[in-house]
Ligand binder design. Structure first.
Ligand code: CIZ
Ligand code: SF4
Length: 331
């Protein structure tokens, strides 16, 4: 007889001291099973405040790691340890190379303030923490960069070049990307690592032109992981939570084409929404987690043989924690 995964997940959640967490980009059937949902900043804050000793995190690797780093006493399991493609573009040695790049071009190491987008491995966050830097997410990047600028240092922004450039543009700052044209750290305020999200690169100026031509009054709302020329041509740019709020605050008749991951856009179908792409913008790794995976992970706790546990070494926890806590301290 086949297993009723939903019923079994509900039973296990009642019987175990566990909190099920899901990011907005998760499949609907997984998302609906979660006790806590949100963007990565909301999830980090809510997990920190939650009292259950077990966390089952439906998302991508860096998110589960971040919970482990800010709450090391918790046991964190991930139904699929699937990594964000952008986070995989940088490791600790690429981070060091980026610092060297700036030092070789005349910026002393103590005059560099690194900021890492939360979409990065704990080892990169630890490097950032050790240098006195901090983490940001797409919902608080403006505030974090503003805070960073108060130090008077040059900002090294990793790994998302789009996020770095978009926030530099919105703040009237100069940015450049290491490895892309002339990038002289002396001439820029924000020096970006050359990483990106392949899902958010799917949205093009042609897509925007297509919708504007067809529906002249349509609004275009995109995520800041999109290319700067897309953000510039859009009516609104914001993190997942900010996109949801923007759409919900519009007149229900207002058409809006959205440039972010498909599962989130699809969940807003009751509004007058369109997917800003002719290609389904699915994040492959976010979509890996299934209801069966969630069930098997919860069952493994019940059976006393937990699977896919997130382990972060103590040195990494110590310094990555500094970078994350510096962010969480900024309200
Ligand atoms: O911060 C997050 O959760 C991500 C990956 C996107 C967003 O804008 O919320
Ligand atoms: Fe990473 Fe892009 Fe997927 Fe977000 S949508 S988890 S940035 S690959």
């Amino acid at each position: 007889m086949s297993i009723d995964y939903k019923a079994e997940i509900e039973r296990l959640k009642k019987e175990l001291d566990v909190t099920v967490v899901a990011h907005f980009y998760q499949r609907d059937e997984v998302f609906e099973m979660a006790d806590i949902t949100g963007d990565s900043l909301e999830l980090a804050r809510k997990c920190q405040a939650d009292s259950n000793p077990w966390v089952v995190f439906c998302g991508v690797g860096f998110m589960g790691q971040s919970v482990k780093v800010i709450a090391p006493h918790k046991r964190v399991l991930m139904p699929k340890v699937a990594d964000c493609a952008m986070a995989r573009m940088i490791d600790a040695s690429y981070f060091d190379d980026s610092v060297d790049y700036m030092v070789e071009r005349g910026i002393a190491k103590e005059n560099i303030l690194p900021i890492t987008y939360i979409n990065s491995d704990a080892s990169v966050k630890a490097k950032v923490g050790e240098m006195g830097g901090l983490v940001c997410t797409s919902s608080n990047a403006f505030k974090i960069i503003e805070k960073g600028l108060e130090s008077g240092k040059k900002i090294l922004f990793v790994p998302d070049r789009c996020l770095g450039q978009n926030f530099a543009n919105s703040m009237g700052l100069k940015s450049c990307v290491i490895g892309e044209g002339e990038c002289d750290p002396k001439e820029a305020d924000i020096i970006c690592f050359n990483g990106f999200c392949s899902v958010h690169q799917l949205f093009t100026l042609d897509d925007i032109a297509f919708y504007r031509e067809r529906y002249p009054d349509i609004k275009i709302a995109v995520h800041p992981e999109c290319d700067p020329k897309i953000v510039e041509a859009a009516d609104f740019s914001g993190s997942t939570s900010q996109l949801i709020k923007y759409v919900n605050d519009l007149d229900p008749e207002q058409k809006v084409a959205i440039g972010t991951e498909y599962n989130l856009v699809n969940r807003m179908r009751e509004r007058n929404t369109y997917v800003l792409s002719s290609t389904k913008p699915e994040c492959p790794t976010m979509n890996e987690t299934t209801l069966e995976d969630l069930y098997l992970t919860l069952k493994s706790i019940e059976d006393g043989e937990p699977i896919n546990e997130i382990i972060v070494d103590p040195h990494t926890v110590k310094y990555a924690n500094l970078a994350l806590e510096r962010m969480l301290a900024i309200k």
